[in-house]
Design a binder for this molecule. Structure first.
Ligand code: KG4
Length: 333
């Protein structure tokens, strides 16, 4: 089954062509990061307008690169939740229009289910059940994936996403936006014990997480250094933050796998690119005897191939949309 898929939930406009949820035929991405960097964060209205500008061209490019004709497309899919509502509506309506004109089904896909499905593209042998850890700029969840469309969130952030914490910390350190990658690079030469940062625990919800206090603690460390006239040790602050984020995510991942009887862990989302998180997860999973699936960096961030992968399994499960399918800024998985 050949699916044309669209992702436009934030500041990446992406169109892909995938086959049977496992093979990428084309994966086109237009990142608006440079446009939003001017403002230090994503401006929703500007994101929507830029999606509108490039989406049709990207779809043509994806179809051409896949080497298929439009009549070869069996279904069209799009992310319909969660995300920036105006941005989502651009991709959703484009996909609905394409499905209508081609006379094929339209399949709505939850963005986080898509992130999890990136692993099906990277690892042909991976099949549920497994534990998924999705750590991105807008979301941080731990989910039990019992089947391709039977997914339960078992732990999540109560406030900011881990990526938001990295981005705001990076901005305060003058590393630009989105600064997660730059902060990671800087941390390589730092001492991760130099700054004491909190690892919040949620009373009564051991698998839930919190990152807003950590974000504030980094900003306070920067202000304190300024007020005392001290030179900030940026590499060590970056390393201490990366270690703190990893200390929040990794033990909960291992505990969730144990609690829910799952012996494989699949990771997804932009923060899965973080070298500290990757290293600590690799070591912790090895010690706990868990198989670990870490997708290549190209599939960690937002892309449309992951939406096409999940769309195939939604179709198989009968979860097809229609011309009245709406978009939602927030919605359970
Ligand atoms: O999954 P993604 O592309 O978009 C969302 O769905 O949010 O994730 C983007 C996030 C940004 O916050 C970015 O700074 C972060 O992933 N990120 C990183 C690294 N690479 C990207 N954070 C920490 N270390 C990295 N190496």
């Amino acid at each position: 089954m050949t699916i044309l898929s669209i992702e436009s939930s934030c500041d990446e406009t992406a169109v892909a062509v995938t086959r049977d949820g496992r093979t990428i035929l084309a994966d086109e991405i237009f990142s608006q990061a440079d446009i939003h960097a001017l403002y230090g964060g994503v401006v929703p209205e500007i994101a929507s307008r830029n999606h509108l500008k490039v989406i049709a061209k990207l779809a043509d490019a994806a179809i051409a690169r896949a080497g298929i004709a439009k009549r070869d497309i069996d279904a069209v899919a799009a992310t319909n939740a969660p995300g920036l509502i105006g941005a989502l509506l651009v991709g959703l309506n484009f996909a609905k229009g394409a499905a209508l004109s081609l006379g094929v089904p339209f399949i709505p896909v939850h963005h986080l289910r898509g992130h999890i499905a990136a692993n099906y593209l990277a690892f042909p042998e991976l099949a549920p059940p497994f534990l998924a850890v999705v750590v991105s700029g807008g979301n941080t969840i731990i989910a039990a994936v019992r089947d391709y469309t039977d997914i339960e969130i078992v732990g999540q952030t109560r406030d900011d996403a881990a990526g938001e914490c990295f981005d705001k910390a990076a901005r305060a350190m003058g590393l630009g936006y989105p600064g997660g990658r730059a902060l990671d690079d800087l941390s390589q030469s730092g001492d991760d014990t130099r700054y004491t940062l909190p690892r919040p625990v949620i009373d009564g919800a051991p698998l839930d997480m919190s990152f807003s206090g950590l974000k504030t603690a980094v900003v306070n460390a920067i202000h304190n250094a300024e007020q005392r006239g001290e030179t900030l040790d940026k590499p060590s602050l970056a390393a201490s933050l990366s270690r703190a984020v990893s200390d929040v995510i990794v033990p909960r991942t291992i505990a969730a796998a144990r609690d829910y009887g799952l012996n494989a862990v699949a990771v997804a989302g932009g923060v899965a690119a973080n070298s500290r998180v990757r290293r600590d997860l690799t070591n912790a999973c090895r010690r706990a005897g868990l198989a670990l699936y870490l997708p290549p960096l190209s599939l960690c961030g937002d892309n449309a191939a992951m939406i096409g992968a999940q769309a195939y399994y939604e179709y198989v499960a009968g979860n097809v949309g229609d011309m009245s399918t709406n978009a939602y800024a927030s919605r359970g998985i």
